[in-house]
Design a protein around this ligand. Structure first.
Ligand code: PMP
Length: 419
């Protein structure tokens, strides 16, 4: 199967794990392979309310058996979803434009920012991922080779509360310096964009008033603040519905995707209507699949389940339980340098030495593969690929956490102190 896939899909794709998994079924937090073996899913944030949630499945099936068109006809679903999304936002963020992927949602956000500000310059954190279109690849500093970064893209260091030892002034100075660099190049800033849980660089919750300060600085320079909520949004962090709400400010634009349709491709750009109005004087907007009645039925059903099953509160409560369990394991295993994140977005920073905080990518890859062999799916991230990323569906329970903690304890013990 691996060879057939390689022949058909080519060499740019990657598979997870030394021994890849062939999945055939999903239910809640569980995934099942072709041999009937089950895996606890602690990686996938797209099946937000659980794999194949019956309410979402039913909503999609019902709508696709009734009508599927696009946003150039009147339909309740698209209007209702926009209304329910803006109800989750501060009143200033009152318009929603639909697309199919987070990349498109970000692409549109940048088009709006550039149209409204008349600038082209973009400030992004280093080692960020925002998507795969050309414009967005240029700000996906995790992937783009340094010599391909255009002069209108300037990076600021990602905040790193574990390793960098910087304070609010240092972070603010980074943004000031980035604006100055753009100006030195004769480029007007259009936007500062950040993944509000700074996932790719290591699941860092922006400290203090990092976000608010950056928003004030970019606005003073004539640009907009774009909060990429593709990963932290929809209650994943437990405390708040949106990741940016850790700070006391309102972004100009927020972008959402991944969890929004529980696996059905739907994404959105949510912005102030005055910005959309200015954009609309230059451009119309149409996206063939974005916002179609079936996608919107999926989006509505996801919001229903989050509310009816109180999943944000579950992320807060079980997420805290998981943090406590991981911190207890840190007392036992020196390889755990840091446990961070909130709700159901956690990182375990694995190190070879707690004092120097030297990243331990070898241990991490062994842990990820050993967890997979023991029926738990996770992944790794970070510049050094030494950070275990835990991001289960929102229906993850305390019992699931206990199962994970027990296996993780054994796996870490076996890898770091082999008998
Ligand atoms: N923004 C962030 C923060 C992401 O993590 C991703 C996807 N990993 C994207 C945007 C792009 O989303 P998509 O893959 O749906 O285009």
């Amino acid at each position: 199967m691996i060879e057939r896939r390689r022949n058909a899909l080519g060499s740019a794709y990657r598979l997870f794990y030394e021994n890849p998994v062939h999945l055939v079924k999903g239910k809640g937090v569980w995934l099942f392979d072709a041999d009937g073996r089950k895996y606890l899913d602690m990686y996938n944030n797209v099946p937000h309310v659980g794999h194949c949630h019956p309410h979402v499945v039913e909503a999609i099936c019902k709508q696709i058996g009734t009508l599927n068109t696009h946003t150039r006809y009147l339909h309740e679903n698209v209007i209702e979803l926009a209304e329910r999304l803006t109800a989750k936002c501060p009143k200033e963020l009152d318009n929603v434009m639909f697309s199919c992927t987070g990349s498109e949602a970000n692409e549109l956000a940048l088009r709006i920012a550039r149209t409204v500000t008349g600038g082209t310059g973009l400030i992004v954190t280093d080692y960020a991922y925002h998507g795969n279109t050309k414009a967005i690849f240029e700000i996906s500093t995790e992937d783009i080779p340094a010599d391909e970064v255009p002069d209108y893209v300037v990076t600021v260091p990602s905040p790193d509360t574990y390793r960098d030892g910087l304070d609010a002034d240092d972070y603010a100075n980074h943004v000031h310096a980035a604006i100055q660099l753009l100006r030195d190049r004769g480029i007007k800033p259009a936007a500062f964009i950040i993944d509000t849980i700074v996932s790719s660089a290591g699941v860092i919750t922006p400290p203090g008033h990092y976000l608010k300060n950056a928003a004030e600085i970019i606005r003073a320079a004539g640009g907009l603040f774009v909060a990429d909520e593709v990963q932290p949004g929809f209650g994943r962090t437990g405390k708040n519905f949106w990741g940016y709400e850790v700070d006391d400010f309102i972004p100009d634009i927020i972008t959402v995707g991944k969890p929004m349709g529980n696996g059905h491709p739907i994404a959105a750009t949510i912005a102030r209507s005055d910005l959309i109005d200015q954009f609309a004087t230059h451009s119309q907007y149409f996206n063939t699949f974005g916002g179609n009645p079936v996608s919107c039925a999926a989006g509505l059903a996801v919001l229903d389940v989050i509310e009816q099953e109180d999943l944000q509160a579950n992320a807060l409560q079980v997420g805290q339980y998981l943090t406590n369990g991981l911190k207890a394991l840190a007392d036992k295993h020196d390889a755990i340098g840091d446990v961070r994140g909130s709700g159901f977005f956690k990182a375990v920073d694995l190190v070879t030495d707690r004092d120097t905080k030297e990243p331990a990518p070898d241990i991490t890859v062994s842990v990820v593969n050993a967890l997979r062999s023991n029926g738990i799916l996770t992944g790794s991230i970070g510049k050094h690929d030494n950070i275990l990323k835990l991001r289960p569906p929102m229906v993850f329970s305390q019992e699931n956490a206990d199962f994970f903690l027990g296996v993780f304890d054994e796996v870490l013990g076996a890898i770091t102190s082999p008998v």
